[in-house]
Design a protein around this ligand. Structure first.
Ligand SMILES: NC(=O)c1ccc[n+]([C@@H]2O[C@H](COP(=O)([O-])OP(=O)(O)OC[C@H]3O[C@@H](n4cnc5c(N)ncnc54)[C@H](O)[C@@H]3O)[C@@H](O)[C@H]2O)c1
Length: 333
């Protein structure tokens, strides 16, 4: 992965901080930066949902630095942002159901931690603050495809936190001149996404079940739709955002997706075919707080940042399925 290049500047001249770099998307941003010769890549993570094994392949790289710590602590954030040019803020507690079960912790990490990271980026004079926003911010809006300026009301505590992040980023830009870009990810998937536990995302969960010959459980009727986005596309968006130079491109939020709508049933069929299994899914009650349909309009990010998704759902699923099959240590059977 990451032989394609999404930047023009020489990364050797930059220092980067990836919060949540031991997690799924963060570790892919780290991989891209190190593969392309970044001067310094620092990760801040507390392993709440991330893993040491996600960082193992970088640990001998001289440009790589790891700081174990919690974004809920402002001093830690200040230390992490010291001498950093570009911050990729990925650390957060993901998962809608987790936030419904424990709104207090989700709020503390996703909002207090976010504000700490903004303050530290401002104080340490980072040039850019690129952060993980979420398609959950579209909430109960029925409009499809989703266009950045038209959102509904949030449906979960998680969605509230991600919307509040956008409000804080805007307010910090207005009051302190900090340069931010928010990336509203739409169902990102790929290697290293955690397939285990109660809060696993749907694609690694299905792969985990099929690799282990277990029944796949589908929430609701499976006809709900998503704009599934292979992680390389999300990395591309981050890199393009990091080097966006025009005033009009900054302090904005952008959809990050492929612009295609696939039902859970269709996605299941693709993975089932890849696995050669003939297992039938088991349908259970729909989950609270989930949106029914999701599809992104990606013209804004294409026009402003020159983003263009390079991996479609089928190819992304094939790559991801093979990767999990060959890296069984990432799956608990
Ligand atoms: N994966 C998706 O489809 C998706 C969709 C929309 C938004 N997002 C957002 O993208 C970001 C990355 O998500 P991901 O899928 O890689 O999740 P992940 O859980 O794999 O990664 C999050 C990382 O943040 C770390 N972290 C959590 N709390 C922390 C704390 N208090 N201090 C320091 N580190 C902490 C975790 O240990 C983990 O390594 C998150 O902000 C998430 O909300 C993801």
């Amino acid at each position: 992965m990451y032989d394609k290049k999404y930047h023009n500047s020489d990364l050797k001249n930059f220092t980067f901080l990836v919060t949540g770099g031991a997690g799924f998307i963060g570790s892919h941003i780290v991989e891209y930066l190190l593969n392309h010769g970044a001067g310094n890549v620092r990760v801040l993570d507390n392993f709440a949902t991330g893993f040491k094994k996600n960082l193992e392949s970088f640990s001998t790289n001289k440009s790589f630095e790891f700081l174990e710590g919690d974004i809920r602590d402002l001093n830690t954030c200040q230390q992490a942002c010291k001498d950093i040019n570009i911050v990729f803020h990925q650390a957060a507690l993901g998962s809608v159901p987790r936030s419904i079960n424990d709104p207090v912790t989700t709020n503390a990490v996703n909002i207090d931690g976010f504000v700490n990271m903004l303050v530290a980026s401002r104080d340490q004079k980072a040039k850019k603050f690129i952060y993980a926003a979420s398609s959950s911010t579209y909430g109960d809006s029925k409009k499809l495809p989703k266009v950045e300026g038209e959102i509904g009301m949030p449906l979960s505590p998680y969605a509230v936190t991600k919307f509040v992040n956008e409000l804080y980023a805007r307010v910090f830009a207005l009051n302190y001149g900090i340069k931010t870009i928010g990336l509203r990810y739409f169902n990102v998937f790929g290697p290293r996404q955690d397939p285990n536990g109660a809060y696993a995302a749907v694609i690694p969960l299905f792969i985990n079940s099929l690799v282990n010959n277990k029944t796949v459980k589908i929430d609701g009727d499976g006809e709900q739709t998503r704009d599934f986005t292979f992680v390389e596309n999300a990395v591309q968006a981050n890199i393009r955002a990091a080097f966006a130079g025009n005033f009009n491109d900054l302090n904005e939020v952008y959809n990050v997706a492929v612009g295609e709508r696939t039902s859970i049933n269709q996605m299941f069929e693709i993975i089932k075919e890849l696995s050669g299994s003939d297992v039938k899914p088991e349908y259970r009650q729909a989950r609270a707080g989930d949106v029914r349909d999701s599809l992104a309009d990606i013209s804004k990010i294409k026009n402003h940042l020159g983003y263009n998704p390079t991996v479609n759902l089928k190819n992304g699923l094939k790559f991801t399925y093979e990767w999990f099959k060959n890296n069984r240590e990432f799956i608990n059977s």
